[in-house]
Design a protein around this ligand. Structure first.
Ligand SMILES: [Mn+2]
Length: 269
């Protein structure tokens, strides 16, 4: 039997401080432990780390129980994918070499349980957002990456973590409420892809937005945002009878979030 496919994003491990992050890491590891029993694949849809940089000989401190759990899942036969997010785009090879995770930088199509999925972290997709697209261009620039690599980690990591926190705060203010179907960039992006893609797509699954929702596109497709593990602890699961967005409530407990016709503001609960 085909194992279930699980989806989660935006753990932002490391933020806003070590103590808070460790508490969140424990909950995430507990959840990973539970899904290990029936998972065939796990898609980590970006911003797993609030900041990450692969140096040639140095690994950023922290996240040991999380990294060990991911390695254990891979070794038990779960296929683990991790998208680069806007906070952790500097993954060069550590996660793939050391943990056996497949790192993805571009939108990815998956065929699972008879469904077709379009997956992406979501940063820089859709109309507008030119300021961010410029910043992403700079961070993706080989010369800038080369220069950052030569800043001592004791200086470079706190500096980048600070900038990462600033950008996360700016995003969370801008993203507080649902903008409406025609203004939500990832929703617009999904509709554009659906319009020009030859193959039917059942689910568009993104992170980045930190707003958990399943919202229909026409009658045959849906936009899914996985939310985050800062305030929502939400995840997706695709199994034989369809896709569910769920909220993890603690050991052994989760609830299904119903698909919406008109989005409710989950930030209030
Ligand atoms: Mn994020």
């Amino acid at each position: 039997m085909e194992g279930k496919a699980y989806f989660a994003s935006d753990f932002h491990l490391g933020a806003p401080d070590l103590e808070t992050s460790r508490k969140r890491e424990r909950i995430i590891v507990q959840w990973l432990d539970e899904i290990g029993s029936d998972a065939g694949s796990l898609y980590l849809v970006g911003d797993v780390f609030d900041f990450w940089h692969d140096y040639t000989h140095v690994v950023p401190k922290g996240f040991v129980s999380y990294l060990a759990k991911i390695k254990a899942l891979v070794e038990s036969g779960v296929k683990v994918y991790q998208f680069k997010g806007n906070h952790d785009m500097w993954l060069y090879g550590y996660l793939s070499d050391e943990l056996g995770v497949e790192v993805l930088a571009q939108p990815h199509m998956a065929h699972l349980h008879g469904k077709t999925l379009y997956l992406a972290h979501g940063d820089g997709l859709g109309p507008g957002d030119y300021g961010y697209k410029l910043v992403k261009g700079i961070f993706s620039n080989k010369l800038c990456q080369f220069i950052f690599r030569w800043i001592h980690p004791d200086l470079g990591v706190p500096l980048a973590s600070y900038l990462s926190g600033q950008s996360r705060l700016a995003e969370s203010v801008a993203n507080a409420a649902w903008q409406g179907e025609d203004k939500e960039r990832l929703m617009v992006h999904a509709k554009q892809i659906l319009g020009k893609h030859l193959e039917h797509i059942d689910y568009f699954v993104f992170g980045h937005r930190h707003y958990p929702i399943v919202h229909p596109i026409g009658t045959m497709s849906a936009y899914v945002n996985l939310g985050d593990w800062i305030g929502h602890n939400t995840f997706g699961v695709l199994q034989a009878d369809g896709f569910y967005l769920k909220k993890y409530l603690g050991p052994g407990k989760h609830m299904v979030l119903p698909p919406t016709e008109s989005p409710r503001n989950l930030h209030q609960d």
